[in-house]
Design a protein around this ligand. Structure first.
Ligand SMILES: CC(C)(COP(=O)(O)OP(=O)(O)OC[C@H]1O[C@@H](n2cnc3c(N)ncnc32)[C@H](O)[C@@H]1OP(=O)(O)O)[C@@H](O)C(=O)NCCC(=O)NCCS
Length: 204
């Protein structure tokens, strides 16, 4: 149930170099730049492509709605220095998603689904890792989730490096997933991180 905390739009998580903030309309340009880039979109199952300015605005509206419902934390990643937008880190909580059936929600109790995307100009600077460490801490310590999940295409070396460094382990390999934008299915591995494993994960 949304509470006073979740009805506020100002929501920020901090790391040494980054601020993770709930998306707002002013971020539409950055969101468009991120997801209209095929290098980014091709790895994402749920993104439409081509991705338009209207899609960027719709994503921001969805981010604010899912935040109010506590079913999603779709956060912009900003450099503390210069306040530049560099990407998105997202946590979805299916058990709080009112669009799912009661059975589906019960099955997913305690589960969070992690996602991240960084503007290509900023790849390789550690931002996906640094922002995800903070999101994981939020998920386990502040939301009380028990398992985090991520699905990564088998050939996607950079994202596999990120998720494995965060402590996630493969629980199911070789799953076919059809991207929203069409074309051949992706062959992905599903990864999990359990809260009890998190103690041995890296620090910020
Ligand atoms: C995946 C992605 C988020 C990584 O972001 P990032 O900020 O560059 O990630 P980090 O800098 O934290 O870490 C990347 C690591 O992968 C490594 N790497 C990069 N390309 C690689 C490759 N082809 N094979 C193996 N490792 C690779 C980097 O060297 C780095 O590891 P290191 O720190 O040990 O050197 C970014 O490439 C991206 O946005 N891709 C498109 C969207 C996407 O794929 N999202 C995830 C969907 S599962």
């Amino acid at each position: 149930m949304p509470d006073a905390f979740h009805s506020t739009r100002a929501f920020v998580l901090e790391t040494p170099n980054l601020l993770l903030e709930l998306l707002k309309e002013a971020d539409a340009g950055g969101i468009y730049q991120l997801y209209s880039d095929w290098k980014v979109a091709q790895e994402l199952r749920r993104i439409v492509y081509p991705f338009s300015q209207a899609d960027a605005s719709a994503m921001i509206t969805r981010a604010q709605q899912s935040f109010a419902q506590t079913s999603g934390y779709i956060l912009g990643i900003f450099l503390k220095e210069h306040a530049a937008f560099v990407g998105v880190n997202a946590l979805f909580i299916p058990a709080n998603d009112e669009a799912l059936s009661a059975e589906e929600r019960a099955e997913d109790a305690g589960l969070g689904i992690l996602g991240y995307s960084i503007l290509p100009d900023h790849w390789g600077k550690g931002y996906a890792t640094e922002s995800s460490v903070r999101m994981i801490r939020f998920a386990f310590d502040e939301l009380g989730l028990t398992t985090l999940q991520a699905s990564i295409r088998q050939g996607h070396g950079a994202s596999r490096r990120v998720i494995e460094r965060l402590g996630f382990r493969v629980v199911e390999a070789g799953i076919e997933e059809e991207p929203t934008y069409g074309g051949p299915a992706h062959i992905v591995d599903r990864y999990w991180l359990r809260r009890e494993q998190w103690n041995s994960a890296p620090t910020e």
